[in-house]
Design a protein around this ligand. Structure first.
Ligand code: A2P
Length: 282
């Protein structure tokens, strides 16, 4: 995003009432997010403890000895003392180093063998040191979650698993598994992504054009976006809609003044296509 866009958007979001901010080192805008939070604290609008900031451990930083220094780097960029949640961004590791997407001479990703359980122990140490209030994971499937949950000597279990989740990809099985283990699902791309062909599978149709979402929206005087977000929060899935547009940032927050009927929830659930927009082919 152009310089300053993220700063302005986060400030508008905080003024609107958002408190959960989903970030990552690889978004390369953590300095702007941190500045927005600090400015809003200085204005007296919020206190640090009102904000819930989630940071992420990138694939090149899975070796256990890199975990704490990587989080410390994020804190330095944010100019904050702690993150509320720190998560392993993806279960697969890349070769450590300066290249965020390390590739060999044939353009193939260079992976790195690490033990996710050892990475998790380093995450636990970050929580114990107070650098992260909670720790979790992202893009983990059931098998990978079980590996952590069944780890001998597990000290802290993942509090959340951030995965793609919206009416076209409802994650019924993973959601049930996570419910059984008290792991909160945080749904990314809850509006069906920006449909940027460089990383989105655009063969799946645009979510917000869906006729069911739009028809239900009409009944409540809401948009398809608001219905998609309400659907997830109403079934206990946290949503992290992304927008850099002030009007849409506000629109996406206007979802707490109505509720969907059980029949409508079922109708929306039936839209599931089991097809991801974000295929993460790496
Ligand atoms: P913009 O930044 O111009 O608002 P997701 O959260 O699923 O990743 O979706 C993000 C995309 O959806 C962005 O391209 C964003 O564009 C767009 N978007 C965000 N809020 C809305 C909304 N209420 N209606 C339509 N599009 C939206």
């Amino acid at each position: 995003t152009p310089k300053g866009t993220c700063l302005e958007s986060v400030k508008i979001a905080i003024d609107t009432g958002y408190r959960h901010i989903d970030g990552a080192f690889v978004y390369f805008n953590e300095h702007e997010v941190g500045q927005a939070i600090r400015e809003k604290i200085a204005e007296g609008r919020i206190k640090r403890e009102d904000i819930f900031y989630c940071g992420k451990l990138w694939n090149t930083c899975h070796p256990p000895e890199l975990v704490r220094p990587t989080l410390e780097k994020t804190l330095k960029i944010l100019k904050l003392d702690y993150v509320d949640l720190y998560i392993i961004e993806l279960p697969m590791a890349f070769k450590p180093g300066d290249a965020i997407y390390p590739r060999d001479e044939n353009g193939k990703f260079i992976y790195h063998e690490t033990d996710l359980c050892a990475t998790w122990e380093a995450m636990e140490a970050c929580k114990d040191a107070g650098l992260a209030k909670s720790i979790g994971v992202s893009n983990f499937n059931r098998r990978q979650l079980e590996m952590i949950l069944n780890k001998p000597g597990l000290k802290h279990k993942p509090v959340s698993n951030q995965v793609e989740c919206h009416p076209y990809f409802t994650q019924p099985k993973l959601l049930e598994f996570c419910r059984q283990h008290d792991i909160v699902i945080v749904g990314y791309s809850p509006l069906g992504t920006s449909r940027d062909e460089t990383w989105v599978n655009v063969s799946s149709p645009p979510l917000l054009k869906d006729s069911v979402l739009n028809a239900i929206g009409k009944k409540y005087n809401k948009t398809a976006a608001q219905i998609a977000l309400r659907f997830n929060i109403q079934r206990g899935v946290v949503v992290i809609p992304k927008s850099f547009n002030p009007q849409r940032i506000r629109e996406n927050f206007q979802i707490f003044d109505f509720s969907l009927t059980e029949k409508e929830m079922k109708e929306i659930e039936a839209l599931n296509k089991n097809v991801r927009y974000v295929e993460l082919l790496m």
